[in-house]
Write a protein that binds this ligand. Sequence first.
Ligand code: NPW
Ligand code: ADP
Ligand code: K
Length: 480
Amino acid sequence: MPMQYLTADEVRDAERASGDLLANGTLMRRASHGVARVVAAELNRTGGCYGRRVGIVVGAGDNGGDALFAGAELARRGVAVHAVLLAPDKAHPAGLAAFRAAGGRVVPTTGGGAALPAGLDIVVDGVVGIGGKGPLRPAAAAVFAALAPETTVVAVDLPSGVDCDTGEVHDPSVRADITVTFGHPRRVHLLAAPRCGRLAVVDIGIGKPSERVAPRLFSFSDEDIDWPVPGPADDKYTQGVVGVIAGSHRYPGAAILASGAAVTATSGMTRYVGSAHAEVVSHFPEVVAVPDLAEAGRVQAWTVGPGMGTDDAAEATLRTVLDTDLPVLVDADALTIVARRPELVAGRTAPTLLTPHAGEFARLTGTALGADRLSAVAGLAAEWNVTVLLKGRITLVADPTGSVAGNDAGSSWAATAGAGDVLAGIAGSLLAAGHTPQTAGAWAARVHARAALLASRGAPIGASTLLAALRPAIREFVRG
Ligand SMILES: NC(=O)C1=CN([C@@H]2O[C@H](COP(=O)(O)OP(=O)(O)OC[C@H]3O[C@@H](n4cnc5c(N)ncnc54)[C@H](OP(=O)(O)O)[C@@H]3O)[C@@H](O)[C@H]2O)[C@@H](O)CC1
Ligand SMILES: Nc1ncnc2c1ncn2[C@@H]1O[C@H](COP(=O)(O)OP(=O)(O)O)[C@@H](O)[C@H]1O
Ligand SMILES: [K+]
């Protein structure tokens, strides 16, 4: 099942709908118990709970309340728990009473600030949760800045200082090793996944919000991905033929990478059109390669753009392809052309997938991509009535209805020249196989990221190494 990521308002809506459970404190009891369990498991993994030392950083709201109740539970298990109260007058009263009663120690405040003692095994970030705004304030920032670098940080609900709805990482903010959230993941857990560390979702007995607001962010689970495979009745044409228009005789790299990715991604046939036809065939003899579009046979989808140039001839080719009623993936140089001629795609009714990186995105919209990547990509998709895949560590694929599929690559080894050409070849193949632009883009991003991880094993890679790992990566997503 795809995972849905909620806004802070949607979380509040779901919490309110749980009625008595919210009012009588059951939700907070379950939430804090979940935090304590995760912290205890981490301590047990590294030697046990008894005699260990944990710090909690407690803000003014219910996030601090969660931390205090969790601290109380840990203290009852024999952990020495020290709390810094950032706003002593506002600290959750029942939480603070429980913490003190269990033997938790509150660090005395001196000169308006307080620091945690040294030598802690784990520090719990209970500064802010879904009610937080902006960066960490100075008192909280000082506590985290003073921690030894090896201290494990467990964030309650989200790392404080990171925006719940946009994932904007303010400076300063918390970097968590583990984040414990409640009921349903929030947008921040995907949009700022590297800042959240491992995510633990604790069931506290709340349902889904009654209404979702656009953009609605989700991610495919591995099990949702069902890679196309040929059946007994298939031949090379029935699985969808993909056409690649990329590269040039002078710069054949993009042509070879995109065509090679298309050959590898799905069975069937890959056609190539462009002046690098001889180079493409010398690397991948199975590609049917011709210099001119007029000579190309039939395809079920086009990938157009990487390294094709932006001159009049390139524009004419792009126009011809976009004038068809076939699915088209528009990348790289083709995006530069579209930025000056938006009417080429804006009126299309056939499936259209634009795949910009941040710089190309800015060229398309005329403004630099800000911190709210999710709203930006959903906005462009809605305005142009196309699907937009925004590249990066977190790839976002927005369709025009406000649905956005996100994928955390899990590593950043794919940030290498030519990796985008490989992505374009994979996603084009999935379009030719009949998938929607959003599914094609999101599945391509997932398998591309997996290939980068497999290829790298901890060392830098180039795009051809990534391409070589594509087949084992795809194997993980072939069902049955
Ligand atoms: N509802 C429930 O049943 C459940 C809720 N649960 C938990 O409650 C959390 C939500 O609690 P919440 O609504 O009290 O807000 P919260 O995130 O603690 O922060 C707001 C406070 O922080 C302050 N503040 C704001 N920005 C700040 C900054 N940058 N730096 C420093 N301070 C800042 C601001 O205070 P002020 O601006 O007045 O100083 C305000 O008082 C949720 O994330 C989950 O953990 C769970 O127990 C499950 C059940
Ligand atoms: N920091 C990062 N972490 C993970 N993947 C990244 C990162 N930056 C870029 N990528 C991925 O690498 C590829 C780079 O594409 P692109 O920028 O078009 O490069 P090129 O044009 O050189 O091929 C995309 O698939 C993108 O999502
Ligand atoms: K927090």
